[in-house]
Write a protein that binds this ligand. Structure first.
Ligand code: EPU
Length: 425
């Protein structure tokens, strides 16, 4: 695995052109790995991205007693029995998705102990939705120091309302509900394609679920789930990042395996700002975004799916620096997801962030290369996108954050014509 403190050296100002194929979805793959704990049988996952977060999740599951083999883009898991129901705090600290072991362990063994998970510093990241769901299904939740201990002698289906459509909260409660006795209805569930995918995977393992991909999910509990052989969906966030890199550089990029039906909020905005967007039909899919001339300004709100994704807010802001005039971006999911803007200022970007969570972007001002840092995965994507558009040399430090979410970023960008190299940190 490459070193975390490596740097990217980008000589920007070249329009990106050509085709790129994206990996399987990082987040969907993480949920699928955790879902494998729900069966004692073998689960084979295909199209798993080769990124650092998958290795971290595999370590969390192995520490519980699961056998996990990662071979290229195929991961094979078998959790015939658990050696412990306590997730290792030092592993959980690295990865937010590791908290999904709680729902899975609860369903399989009736108990789970886990500290609050780590993850990107992008705002307050509470767990109340997860606990509301577990309690509604009959579990108790106790705090022992930093640890949450969740137990249930028996899980019973219930009607559960979520205050907020939390993505991991929905998946965690779904994991518990598939083994609860009777019917569970989750209202105000997350509808993200990654949630829909993991629910479809569970159906393939024998679960009875309907409504996944909408705000109301219904689950009829079953006694046992079996193994499966399942392929992860393409990463819509990685696909969006390449389309935005093309947009920011005035280029023409086609993501060959992007799923248009997962990306309406982005393609609508790209059309609005003047990009020509072509969507492939049928199983092959694909999205091409081509710059035809100057870009127009727009307003963007980052909200839960099917709205514009918070995970593309940062690279979208970077791309809007090309549009002359004033655009606004309203981040409504994470209050601290504008920290990367200080990094864009170093390249000469003129952006103000108001106390109301709205960034005002004064676009059309030429950017100039400078040393910057990747603060987290998506913040890193924003500085790479801006660096590709900026004249001269941009050095992006701490690219380990990008390794967590983007497989082969540098060769893929190079194949699109970018001048980017990786240097040891
Ligand atoms: N929230 C609550 N209560 C909860 C949980 C969340 O109020 O119990 C609030 C949070 O405060 C936040 C909002 O809900 O304002 C969104 O949080 P959510 O729980 O939906 O996020 P998450 O499930 O922790 C996943 C992704 C993030 C992505 C968000 C939103 C993983 C591992 N993480 O996080 O991905 O930004 O959904 O779509 O799947 C990334 O890939 O870079 C990343 C950070």
């Amino acid at each position: 695995m490459p070193a975390d403190r490596d740097r990217y050296v980008i000589r920007g100002g070249r329009p990106l052109h050509g085709e790129v194929t994206v990996s399987g979805s990082k987040n969907a793959a993480l949920y699928a790995l955790a879902a494998a704990l729900l069966t004692p049988d073998t689960v084979t996952l295909r199209n798993v991205p080769r990124i650092a977060d998958i290795e971290e999740m595999a370590a969390v599951l192995r520490a519980l007693g699961a056998a996990v083999t990662v071979e290229g883009e195929t991961v094979t898991l078998r959790a015939s029995e658990f050696t412990t129901t306590v997730a290792l705090p030092e592993l959980v600290a690295k990865l937010r998705a590791s908290f999904l072991v709680v729902g899975a362990l609860l369903a399989r063994t009736g108990e789970a102990t886990c500290v609050s998970p780590g993850g990107d510093v992008i705002g307050s990241r509470p767990l109340d939705v997860h606990f509301t769901g577990f309690k509604a299904l009959g579990a108790t939740v106790e705090e022992h120091g930093r640890e949450h201990v969740v137990r249930a002698k028996r899980l019973t289906g219930a009607r559960i309302f979520f205050d907020y459509p939390s993505v991991l909260g929905t998946v965690n409660v779904l994991f518990a509900a598939v083994r609860a006795a009777g019917r569970t209805t989750i209202i105000n569930a997350a509808a993200e394609p990654e949630v829909e995918m993991v629910a479809s995977m569970l159906v393939g393992m024998g679960a009875r679920i309907s409504g996944h991909g909408t705000a109301t999910i219904e689950v009829d509990g079953v006694d046992r789930l079996g193994g499966t052989d399942f392929a992860i969906i393409p990463d819509r966030l990685e696909a969006g990042t390449y389309l935005l890199a093309g947009t920011a550089t005035g280029g023409d990029v086609r993501v060959t395996n992007a799923r248009p039906e997962h990306m309406d909020s982005l393609t609508a905005k790209l059309r609005e700002i003047g990009m020509e967007v072509e969507e492939g039909t049928g199983a092959a899919g694909g999205i091409r975004a081509r710059c035809l001339g100057p870009l127009r300004v727009t307003q963007v709100q980052a909200v839960p799916y099917p709205g514009f994704p918070t995970d593309l807010q940062a690279p979208m802001t970077a791309a809007l620096l090309r549009a002359s005039g004033t655009s606004t971006v309203h981040e409504r999911v994470y209050e601290r997801r504008f920290d990367y803007i200080q990094q864009l200022h170093l390249l000469g970007a003129q952006i103000e962030v108001g106390a109301n969570g709205i960034a005002t972007i004064h676009g059309g001002v030429p950017l100039t290369g400078a040393p910057v840092r990747a603060l987290d995965i998506r913040a890193g994507a924003a500085v790479v996108v801006a660096g590709l558009a900026a004249a001269g040399e941009t050095v992006v430090g701490d690219v380990g954050h990008l390794d967590r979410g983007y497989a082969d970023l540098e060769p893929r960008l190079r194949a699109l014509g970018a001048d980017i190299t990786r240097q040891a940190g």
